[in-house]
Design a protein around this ligand. Structure first.
Ligand code: MN
Length: 255
């Protein structure tokens, strides 16, 4: 059975200010109960997360965005929820609070600051998924797994991870462990996103379509064009967070 000492949090950080106002303010982190490994200046998220894995031997590695806030009591809830997941699905390798099923249904529960609302619903059973929103990936350490450093930039590593889990005969589940995502809008799906998208589409060609939280990986270019069109009016990403993580967690009823 899992216990608190089995957990370690890993974050790739490009803004200390955001880290201090979100992830590091999480009560389990602030109290020192949940250790935090910070990775800076990584060339891509896969490299950052592999570096994180090499800096801890924890059985459960939590890969979180710097702009995530884990509400009070989160770690204890995670221990309970993941122990139950292990009983019901002994082969689980990845879990997360928000995922997308292989047929494209969104399942999870997180507060999204950009959308100004909770995404998903309360009271769902652990659900097998083919992709995650990458805000928080819960990895059950598996010695033969490493993130694919050929996947460029900082997108689609959650989808890639789940597909690799499938190759290892392992599974991935959305579980009810809500968090606050104190995010700012993603400005464009060009540049880095496009590079990652093209790489992932080629790598997983035999399994397409793969539904993700932003845009399905498909042979057909239309879903990507549509997703880019929907974002055409998104302004430059603001420097500052628009909300206070703790206030949002209280308003959401998470603590
Ligand atoms: Mn984020």
């Amino acid at each position: 059975m899992l216990k608190a000492e089995d957990f370690c949090l890993i974050a790739a950080v490009d803004s200390d200010a955001v880290l201090e106002s979100c992830l590091r303010r999480s009560p389990d982190v602030a109290s020192g109960r949940l250790p935090l490994v910070v990775i800076k200046d990584a060339k891509c998220m896969s490299a950052a997360y592999n570096e994180g894995l090499s800096r801890t031997s924890a059985a459960i590695c939590l890969f979180a965005h710097q702009d995530v806030y884990l509400p009070k009591g989160w770690l204890d809830q995670a221990i309970t929820t993941l122990n139950a997941l292990g009983e019901a699905h002994p082969d689980w390798m990845v879990a997360g609070p928000y995922g997308i099923t292989p047929d494209g249904q969104h399942i999870g529960r997180v507060w999204d600051v950009t959308m100004k609302r909770e995404l998903g619903t309360r009271g769902f059973a652990p659900t097998a998924v083919g992709s995650f929103d990458e805000l928080l990936l819960i990895f059950r350490r598996t010695e033969n797994f490493r993130f694919d450093e050929n996947l460029p930039h900082f997108h689609l590593y959650g989808t890639d991870m789940v597909q690799m889990a499938t190759d290892l005969g392992r599974s991935a589940f959305a579980v009810e462990l809500p968090v606050v995502h104190n995010n700012r809008p993603i400005v464009s799906l060009g540049g880095g996103y496009l590079k990652a998208y093209r790489y992932a589409r080629r790598k997983w060609r035999a399994r397409l379509p793969i539904y993700t939280s932003i845009c399905a990986l498909t042979d057909n270019p239309l879903p990507l064009w549509r997703a880019r069109w929907r974002r055409r009016h998104v302004k430059a990403r603001p420097d500052h967070l628009s909300a206070d993580s703790v206030e949002i967690a209280r308003r959401a009823g998470y603590e």
